[in-house]
Design a protein around this ligand. Structure first.
Ligand code: NAD
Length: 256
């Protein structure tokens, strides 16, 4: 399949871009012609990915950035402002998970997930809206989850944070729609990334087979299959889509 070139010259920022889905989104947006800043706390994987993608002639720039830190948001956006004077695409992808029930979670484990998955979305808008306003085609894509739409057995902090992402997406779509800033959420199901590997290990023997049995397409998604949806939402092909939930789950939630 030939990759389209819908994002030529667009300025993008992808958070959590060193690994998993964020790395795939970074590559895809750059392949479609965007200048992509990607950020993460994992600096060694970020630097390695930057070198790999530059060797493919892609215009990518890795920066260290903890999404739960407002100053870090201000720093990276100040640099993008100086270099480009606007931000066209923001992919809020960074996230973490644990499988704890309310009894097993601690206040610290709860707070860590909420800070990284949920507070980061608030901070991103607080810091990025002035730059998004300077774009002629601003698109924000927030990574929620199937567990931002339905409950899960355990995962108490994760569902709280991802449910919040779903509704913060809708509220910001309303607030900024008249300024032409589109905001949508994506809801991946089970995606083959380091996060899923860790989750399957935590869930123990037989978990992979049990989960696969609940997915009509009968397989996990690759990270790249999520990136196609992200590139679509970032592009003018999605020019009338805002406040929407895009489910990318191989049919997992179809019968629930
Ligand atoms: P991953 O663990 O492979 O990658 C997440 C990346 O986020 C890593 O590079 C990590 O270093 C980075 N990160 C963690 N904390 C950070 C912080 N404070 N600041 C900046 N970066 C930070 O996971 P993934 O599967 O690629 O997950 C990407 C997003 O998709 C997450 O928001 C996750 O919740 C969501 N998601 C994943 C799945 C799945 O099955 N893998 C399903 C639904 C939703």
């Amino acid at each position: 399949m030939t990759t389209p070139r819908r994002l030529v010259g667009r300025i993008a920022l992808v958070t959590g871009g060193s690994n998993g889905q964020g790395a795939a989104h970074t590559r895809r947006l750059a392949q479609e012609g965007a200048i992509v800043y990607f950020s993460d706390i994992d600096t060694s994987a970020g630097a390695a990915l930057e070198a790999t993608l530059r060797a493919e002639n892609l215009d990518v720039h890795f920066r260290k950035h903890d999404v739960s830190d407002f100053q870090a948001w201000q720093d990276i956006l100040a640099e993008i402002d100086t270099e480009h004077g606007r931000l066209d695409i923001l992919v809020n992808n960074a996230g973490i998970a644990d499988i704890y029930t309310a009894e097993d979670a601690t206040e610290e484990s709860w707070q860590r997930i909420v800070d990284i998955n949920q507070k980061s979305i608030f901070l991103s808008f607080k810091a990025a809206v002035p730059l998004l306003r300077k774009s002629k085609s601003a698109s924000v894509i927030n990574t929620s989850s199937i567990f931002g739409l339905v409950g899960a057995d355990g995962y108490i902090a994760y569902v709280a944070s991802k449910g919040a992402v779903t509704l913060m997406t809708k509220s910001t779509a309303i607030t900024y729609g008249r300024e032409g800033i589109r905001v949508n959420s994506i809801h991946p199901g089970y995606i083959a990334t380091p996060m899923l590997e860790e989750e399957l290990a935590d869930l123990g023997d037989g978990a992979e087979e049990r989960i696969l049995a609940t997915i009509p397409l009968g397989r996990f998604s690759s990270a790249e299959e999520i990136s196609g949806a992200v590139a679509f939402l970032a592009s003018d092909d999605a020019s009338y889509i805002t406040g929407a939930e895009l489910l990318i789950d191989g049919g997992h939630l179809a019968g629930r």
